[in-house]
Design a protein around this ligand. Sequence first.
Ligand SMILES: [Zn+2]
Ligand SMILES: [Zn+2]
Length: 305
Amino acid sequence: MNTPKGWYEGVSMSRFSMCIGCEGKIPYVSALYTEKKLGSRSRSHRASTYSVASWSRQLCVSCQLSISYIEQIGCPHCGRAVRCTDCERHPLLAYGLAANRSAVAYSEAMKAWLHRFKFQGDAGYAAIMAGMMLHRYELLAATISNFHQQISISPLPFYERLRRWLYRLPSVPYPDVVTFVPSTAERLVERGFNPAERLATLLATAWDCPVMPLLTRMTDQGRQSHLGRSGRELALAGAYRCHTQTLQTLCANTNTSNKSPMYILLVDDVYTTGSTVRACAGALTGALRDYEISAIICSYTWARA
Ligand SMILES: [Zn+2]
Ligand SMILES: [Zn+2]
């Protein structure tokens, strides 16, 4: 949907657009109002692509209200809304993962949206999901207390400092590199794209930082959605490796004299048992140690099951 540029375009264009969530009509007044109320809070609006910056415009008010944002962090490790014993049994840090945060709880409505994005290839959902992740990033990142001690916060431009002061936004770090959970070759052929890569690319573009394919998927043991926790852990053991060539590029561009560790953000669509991000973080941590790169890895997923 294009914004009318003047009175002529305003009266000549259709008065409605279609909601990408429910395919219902969105009147322009509502669309423009919701853009103002729920617009992206990405660090650099100029760097955002049009569709991500205006993601909320593509949803009707009812669909916007159906978004099940995680409002409070019950588990400080995996970012679940309720306290979880999983992280006590399998601490993320043991795999080199500082923390996970997710934008939404994986409700029935969110499941339906992801299904349309993943299995029907509806690319419009990528912008909407990335928009939600951008919208929630600052609030979620602020809940990781270690950030402030371990990761340096790069100096922000004056207008951004002013905006934060005006809206009382916390100062949170943005990643030095964004990476993503890789797909198997079979899935790539089947779907034609990797959902995690799409989300990572949209986030990195909005934050004006590089996105690098640091990981590769070695084997395909079939779909894991039917497996339990221990089954998934076993299936994923050794399934991910660091992409050596990309890691070498990262090394070449890393200033080793810089004392503060690099902040790597691993992006995926859904955190279910955490076995995928744990396996990825484990592979990444081992390779970074070999290359003597000091890094903090966090994961950020669109949904938390
Ligand atoms: Zn709708
Ligand atoms: Zn947890």
